[in-house]
Design a protein around this ligand. Structure first.
Ligand SMILES: C[S@@+](CC[C@H](N)C(=O)[O-])C[C@H]1O[C@@H](n2cnc3c(N)ncnc32)[C@H](O)[C@@H]1O
Ligand code: SF4
Length: 384
């Protein structure tokens, strides 16, 4: 199956949360659980409408991901309906990864067993921190005991591919807090660990607090120091860093995210979901009610689209691959775009010669460059 066809990644955005976290700008709505049945119905209709416009005869489903928002707010039977519809759009690969995000304390053992029975084989738990005051600052509604209990239930339910997210550089967090969080998580021994530096996003409570001067973000040197320590610690604990924020025991890298970062086509369903297919990217409306009306009246829930021309494709390849430990495959770049990036960007390579390594037809960012990745990528990209 796989040899003759192209991989496809599928995403479903579940836009419901029990509470809004102070830092989060992902599309999610609170107190709207009564709308879940309509959301499920309309997402099924969207899948049906969308596949009528797509030629999937050359694809196979490689990965499926339920993200959010909070996917565990959907009962197993609701996820089953969506999953069944997705798995009918084209054949699946032999090694299908089906992942799902859950929030600590929000899925009981029976639910987790039911999710596992559906074929979901990877769980990502949003732990964020083990420190009570930091969880409170972030408006998380769980505590560290709940995170650990949920992790244990996930194992009991039979999941052998488990990830956990932690956030660092949170106001009020010291280097000791961060080191203790990572040590505690490594002791639990999930297969995969994501570590995100807290970013201030437009429209969030955190942004308002920072703008009003009520909260001060950590100094950049503290942030980069925490990152560097975390990366070294996780590597020595058996979790090499395969992407700037992602660490995994070898063989447990998140294949769904790797699909995004390596140019595999993806289809996203539900409000605010993004898709990239046939050199076209589109994103759905960030509003559940508008999404429902659009789909119900025969539409696709699309807000807008852009065509990925060669210029955009080059920049995206540079931006995504540089974040990977594997780096940018210069032969693949030359084969696709008919040009030699190293000679075209000789001046940039000279400027960043202490940070960029070109070896064995790969361009990678070394240790000194980790914290400068945005500046380096911007220099390597092409201005229209
Ligand atoms: C949008 S959440 C969805 C998963 C789940 N609802 C949760 O809260 O864990 C996915 C991950 O994005 C990360 N995240 C979201 N906003 C962030 C921000 N402003 N800065 C850093 N990490 C962020 C969190 O670590 C979170 O686990
Ligand atoms: S971080 Fe997760 S739980 Fe918090 S608002 Fe965002 S999606 Fe919801």
């Amino acid at each position: 199956m796989e040899s003759a066809r192209k991989a496809l990644a599928l995403y479903v955005h579940i836009p419901f949360c029990k509470a809004k976290c102070t830092y989060c700008d992902f599309y999610s709505i609170v107190g709207r659980e009564s709308s879940i049945p309509d959301f499920v119905k309309m997402t099924l209709v969207e899948i049906e409408h969308r596949v009528q416009y797509l030629d999937l005869s050359q694809h196979y489903i490689d990965t499926v991901f339920f993200g959010g928002g909070t996917p565990n707010l959907l009962a197993p039977a609701a996820l089953e309906q969506i999953l069944n519809a997705l798995l009918h759009i084209c054949p699946s690969g032999d090694n299908l990864e089906i992942g799902m995000e859950i929030n600590p304390g929000e899925a009981d053992l029976a639910d987790l067993k039911a999710y596992r029975a559906l074929g979901i084989n990877r769980i990502s738990i949003g732990m964020q921190s083990f420190q009570t005051h930091l969880l409170k600052f972030m408006s998380r509604i769980h505590d560290s005991e709940r995170s650990i209990a949920t992790y244990e239930d996930v194992r009991r339910a039979g999941f052998d591919n488990v990830s956990a997210d932690l956030i660092f550089a949170v106001p009020g967090q010291t280097r000791d807090h961060w080191e203790s969080d990572l040590q505690r998580l490594a002791q639990l021994a999930p297969e995969h660990i994501s570590t995100y530096s807290l970013t201030v996003e437009e429209g969030t409570a955190l942004k308002r607090w920072v703008d009003a001067g009520h909260v001060e973000m950590l100094e950049e040197t503290l942030d980069t120091g925490m990152y560097a320590w975390g990366r070294d610690f996780l590597e020595s604990a058996g979790y090499p860093n395969y992407e700037i924020s992602n660490h995994a025991k070898p063989g447990y890298e998140c294949r769904h995210n790797l699909n995004y970062w390596t140019g595999v086509e993806y289809l996203g369903f539900g409000p605010a979901a993004h898709s990239y297919f046939n050199d076209r990217r589109h994103w759905n409306v960030r509003d559940l009610d508008r999404f429902n009306v659009m789909v119900e009246t025969g539409g696709l829930g699309e807000e807008a689209f852009e065509i990925i021309d060669e210029h955009l494709a080059k920049n995206e390849m540079i931006l995504t691959r540089l974040r990977l430990a594997h780096g940018l495959d210069l032969t693949a770049y030359a084969n696709r775009f008919g040009e030699n990036l190293v000679s075209l960007k000789a001046d940039v390579l000279k400027k960043w010669s202490d940070q960029i390594l070109v070896k064995n037809e790969r361009l990678t960012i070394n240790r000194q460059g980790w914290s400068l990745i945005d500046e380096i990528s911007a220099d390597l990209m092409f201005i229209p």
